[in-house]
Write a protein that binds this ligand. Structure first.
Ligand SMILES: Nc1ncnc2c1ncn2[C@@H]1O[C@H](COP(=O)(O)OP(=O)(O)OP(=O)(O)O)[C@@H](O)[C@H]1O
Length: 489
């Protein structure tokens, strides 16, 4: 009897196409609805469960999702009273009877025999007389929702982690730290030597013309050394006034001299701790301090100003210079004994002109860096690359980096062509006629152009107004004014 009930009920109600109210308009296709078989297939492919009972509480339809929820086929449930299914332990509590009684849509949670937690929304279907004809239930697995929530939370965590990593990578990228472009054989050899030397504690003298990357190499030595977790401190010896040199390097005790801070001050040797101290522009160190530095390096200890006890030096010392220290020794401008103390290992960084194979990789490296930094999408045209790879780069990598930053910021087009490049990179014979002094100009105009050329060249090569002033033999304030004047044209 039950099996007799099952089939016709399962397939005849409420899915019979006859029960749908079709539009009565004349159409080419008189039956726009899918046929019965298609409708059944659609319902069986719903992810949520659809469970329908009639006014007597007997199941008249359930789709295939019930197999997932109770481990039984629809034919075993269809024809069964709700309480029967509940008694068999398929689910608890039964929701249909509540809705049959209250005639109102209701939402409850329900547990199934397979341990799933379901969210059930049951809706009464009323006939013309207001009586409940059937209750249609939609069942969604909440345990799955929980899993989706967990997955989402996990994805969010991953996203947060990736964002942090991207931020770290960006800041590393923007500061240029750790990224040494070395495609040429000469630079590869330099790096190879640096990597070997990084492992020992010897003092290293890093030489090379301005802007070749001495500071970058010093940081690389520190970061590749066993001291990488301790501080890396750079001191520009040229920038410290002579009278402050000692207190900066060795520190002072409270009240050591008039004007000294009452708290005293730790010197850079102490601050470097077990890390690395990079004394850049070592040739600029005042002569009486050269003797003191030699003594400290030999003794491996120092006394801060106003103290009467020694402090040990734990840090590794690296020194850098763009001058020929040996020549300075010969001229009596640098102590010979200090030179030999510092020159245990020398690493000389070649100029960019000595390693032209690095020019295009460096251009690409800085283009990526500044495109990322300024959210641009520029690229160099083949013509521009050709001009740039033939430039002599007197200011070395620094000049190249400044040029790329400038053109990325100022170029109106995505493609950076020769018209976007500054005059200094053009070979003299190809000088832009608009730029070069010519017969038709008066003296002031011609001088103005020469001034512009010299200032721009010095700026590309040296960067700061201090160094431009030194190179052009003018005051720093004049250098600054001229740099401002010619920066916009
Ligand atoms: N091989 C390289 N790869 C990537 N960036 C480089 C390279 N060499 C130099 N740079 C970058 O060029 C700029 C100048 O380098 P750095 O300050 O280390 O030069 P320097 O030789 O110490 O200059 P100076 O003698 O004027 O102090 C820095 O921004 C540095 O990161």
């Amino acid at each position: 009897m039950l099996s007799e009930l099952k089939k016709p009920l399962a397939r005849s109600f409420p899915l019979s196409p006859q029960r749908y109210q079709r539009p009565k308009t004349k159409m080419l296709n008189p039956d726009p609805y899918p046929d019965r078989e298609t409708l059944l297939r659609i319902l069986d492919h719903m992810y949520d469960e659809l469970y329908v009972i009639n006014s007597q509480g007997t199941c008249i339809y359930v789709n295939k999702a019930c197999e997932r929820h109770y481990g039984i086929s629809p034919l075993e449930i269809i024809g069964q009273k709700v309480w029967e299914s509940t008694q068999k332990g398929y689910w608890f509590p039964p929701i249909g009877p509540i809705v049959l009684r209250n005639k109102k849509t209701a939402t409850y949670e329900q547990r199934t025999n397979t341990g799933k937690l379901m969210l059930v929304t049951a809706t009464p279907v009323l006939n013309e007389k207001g009586k409940v004809e059937m209750v249609v239930e939609n069942l969604r697995e909440i345990s799955r929702l929980d899993q989706v929530k967990n997955d989402l939370a996990h994805t969010r965590k991953l996203l947060a982690r990736y964002k942090k990593e991207v931020k770290q990578l960006r800041s590393k990228h923007f500061s240029g730290q750790g990224q040494i472009v070395a495609k040429s054989k000469a630079m590869e050899n330099t790096l190879e030597l640096a990597n070997r030397v990084a492992q020992v504690d010897s003092t290293v003298l890093i030489t090379g013309k301005t802007g070749t990357g001495k500071g970058l190499l010093a940081r690389h030595l520190h970061e590749s050394s066993p001291r990488q977790k301790s501080p890396f401190i750079t001191v520009n010896c040229a920038a410290i006034p002579e009278q402050l040199f000692e207190s900066e390097l060795f520190g002072y005790q409270s009240g050591a001299f008039t004007g000294a801070s009452t708290k005293g001050k730790a010197g850079l040797f102490s601050l470097a701790g077990k890390g690395t101290l990079f004394l850049d522009e070592i040739a600029e160190i005042p002569s009486q301090l050269q003797a003191k530095l030699l003594h400290v390096l030999q003794e491996k200890r120092f006394i801060s100003i106003g103290s009467n006890s020694y402090e040990q030096i734990d840090c590794r010392i690296l020194v850098g210079t763009n001058q020929n220290l040996r020549a300075l020794v010969d001229q009596g401008l640098f102590r010979e004994d200090l030179f030999y103390r510092l020159n245990t290992i020398e690493i000389e960084i070649p100029t960019l002109a000595q390693r032209p194979e690095d020019i295009i990789p460096l251009l690409q490296h800085f283009l990526n860096k500044y495109n990322l930094k300024f959210a641009k999408d520029h690229f160099f045209t083949a013509e521009a690359l050709d001009i740039l790879s033939h430039h002599t780069w007197p200011g070395n990598v620094r000049e190249l980096e400044h040029l790329v930053e400038r053109v990325v910021v100022t170029s109106p087009q995505q493609a950076i062509g020769p018209e976007s490049l500054p005059a200094v990179v053009f070979p003299t014979e190809n000088l832009n006629p608009d730029w070069a002094p010519n017969q038709a100009q008066n003296l002031d105009q011609a001088l103005e152009k020469v001034e512009k050329l010299l200032v721009q060249k010095a700026q590309q090569a040296h960067g700061s107004s201090y160094k431009v002033a030194k190179a052009l033999g003018i005051s720093q304030s004049r250098a600054y004014r001229l740099m401002q004047k010619h920066s916009s044209d």
